[in-house]
Write a protein that binds this ligand. Structure first.
Ligand code: PMP
Length: 382
């Protein structure tokens, strides 16, 4: 499975996409919280003081008031449009990041004597599995740890235990730099963790019982998650849970079961609207492919100076990872890159090396500069 035509780069995408940061700002390759479009940041700055001319700032709005209700509904509508799902799906926001949802999934859907299963392709899917294993009977459907997370499973290369309540996978592996180019085909209810790839490419949400995505990357602020779930799936959850832990209750309450993380929800709404404004996941996928290929090409054209275990066919377009032959050279790379205005390149603490996280809003020119810098650094230190 490789990127479909819609996910391939053709040329530098339209100038609607951020090209360079404004004066005083740097290229921020952070994996998350990650860089955001400056037009969104400016709108937030304005709204913090006075939201839509009502004389009250965004952080001061009552979550039961008409204005916040409108912002919440607009956020849900923009996410629904970007996802392309119909009325059989609920689109809502919940407090907390992806790890909170990892904990809630088994509590909601796996009862006494029941099971769920996990495709383990990364630190994050392993986390989802181990959190569930603390309280419920769950299994590993694909053991990526055994192959050092170098790739995702090929078609059908995972177990589907009969009767499992769901099959979870991580759509884009933020730390390992690998990705699924299509949702795995399964007869089990499929749950996708889209925390690092939501709205980054055309994606068939309707193949899923649920897709969850924490904020902090393509959705802006951390502190909340977007959930896109089939209504009949979340209705199947046990009712023997406090409402605050049940997905369906949050959906039925229109993302306002209690006082929600209002700021994060508004930011997610603005990010979804920006996604649509620049041409939606289709346009974004082309821009992301162009950006990622610049850096992966710098790895491949370095004569072996840079390397990474991820297999080429499943390389991520959002997290490009690489290392030099020596750990002390990696440290020098990160320090020298900073002196060139390229920040946040240090790899995840468990994976080492470098990681360029280039989500939807990451400026094109930053990838060109990094590719150039990589070539120069390899020449000087190789
Ligand atoms: N899943 C993925 C794919 C992630 O990239 C991350 C965070 N980088 C998480 C889960 C964990 O998210 P959180 O910190 O919001 O719990």
């Amino acid at each position: 499975m490789t990127p479909t035509a819609a996910m391939q780069a053709t040329s530098p995408a339209s100038t609607l996409f951020p090209q360079t940061p404004s004066k005083g700002r740097v290229y921020n390759f952070s994996a998350g919280p990650a860089c955001m479009p400056e037009c969104v940041l400016e709108q937030i700055r304005e709204e913090l003081i006075d939201c839509r001319g009502g004389g009250i700032g965004l952080l001061e709005l009552s979550h039961r008031g008409a204005l916040y209700e409108a912002l919440n509904n607009e956020a849900e509508a923009a996410c629904r449009k970007a996802a392309g799902v119909g009325s059989d799906y609920a689109v809502f926001f919940m407090p907390g990041g992806a790890t909170v949802q990892f904990g809630l999934l088994p509590l909601n859907f796996v009862g006494e004597g029941e099971t769920a299963t996990y495709i383990d392709t990364s630190i994050w899917s392993y986390k989802a599995y181990t959190e569930a294993a603390r309280c419920r009977n769950v299994s590993v459907a694909f053991d990526g740890r055994a192959i050092k997370y170098a790739r995702v499973p090929k078609k059908g290369e995972f177990a589907e235990p009969a009767g499992a309540k769901y099959l979870l996978y991580c759509q884009n592996n933020t730390v390992e730099g690998t990705t699924f180019w299509a949702p795995p085909e399964t007869t089990l209810p499929l749950i996708g963790d889209a925390t690092s790839d939501i709205f980054s490419r055309p994606w068939d949400f309707t193949k899923h019982a649920m897709v969850l995505a924490a904020g902090q990357k393509n959705l802006g602020a951390s502190g909340a998650s977007l959930i896109i779930a089939r209504k009949d799936f979340i209705a199947s959850a046990t009712t023997k849970l406090p409402t605050i832990l049940r997905f369906e209750d949050h959906a039925n309450a229109g993302s306002r079961l209690n006082t929600p993380p209002t700021f994060a929800v508004r930011v997610m709404g603005l990010m979804a609207e920006w996604t649509l404004k620049v041409g939606g996941p289709t346009a974004i996928a082309k821009n992301n492919a162009y950006k990622a290929n610049l850096i992966w090409d710098a790895v491949d054209n370095s004569g072996g100076f840079y390397s990474w275990p991820a297999e080429k066919w499943c390389r991520s377009h959002l997290n490009v990872c690489f290392k030099t032959p020596k750990a002390d050279l990696d440290a020098k790379f990160v320090a020298d890159a900073e002196s060139h205005g390229l920040f946040g390149l240090l790899g995840h603490r468990e994976a080492g090396g470098m990681r360029a996280s280039i989500y939807n809003a990451f400026p094109v020119h930053g990838c060109e500069l990094l590719a150039q810098f990589m070539g120069d650094f390899a020449k000087k230190n190789g």
